[in-house]
Ligand binder design. Structure first.
Ligand code: FE
Ligand code: FE
Ligand code: MG
Length: 161
């Protein structure tokens, strides 16, 4: 761990690490929800839905990696026990019990809306007090906004057919 990474943060670093770990739990659950949803998808516009879900799964995994790397830079430990994902998550896990594309899209749109709210709140918490984490969270937030839009567009295409 580099000393300065943590020293220049003008926030309670433990509280920041806790929030980053909660977001990490969200990202792993989002990753799996997309990943398994893509395997199971059935119904209208299946191909388009599957490729979007796979793309988003990979992007959620990239977010998990960014969060874990930042937690380590700050002297923390990323969640090491998958069971803790359920305790720490902000947005929960919506199991794709019904594999219909419309249902999967609706579930994942709900998840993206939660992610957008979580990251927006995190930006407000950080303010100007940790520009490095701020910039990382902003870049994740931009992806989540794109995710919501991509899913909603496909849903609209299905519904206006
Ligand atoms: Fe994400
Ligand atoms: Fe997302
Ligand atoms: Mg996309």
């Amino acid at each position: 761990m580099g000393e300065s990474a943590k020293n220049i943060v003008e926030l309670d670093v433990n509280e920041l690490i806790k929030k980053l770990n909660k977001a990490l739990a969200d990202e792993w659950l989002a990753y799996y929800q997309y990943w398994v949803g893509a395997k199971l998808a059935k119904g209208p516009m299946r191909q388009a839905v599957v490729s979007e879900l796979v793309e988003h799964a990979n992007e959620e995994l990239k977010h998990a990696e960014m969060l874990a790397d930042r937690i380590i830079q700050l002297g923390g430990t990323p969640i090491v026990e998958p069971k803790a994902w359920y305790n720490e998550t902000n947005c929960g896990y919506d199991a794709p019990m019904d594999p219909k594309t419309v249902k999967l899209l609706e579930q994942n749109i709900k998840g993206e809306r939660c992610a957008i709210a979580v990251y927006n709140a995190l930006l407000k918490f950080i303010g100007g007090k940790d520009p490095v984490t701020y910039e990382m969270v902003l870049s994740i937030l931009k992806d989540e906004i794109e995710h919501e839009e991509d899913l909603q567009s496909i849903l609209e295409d299905i519904q206006t057919k």
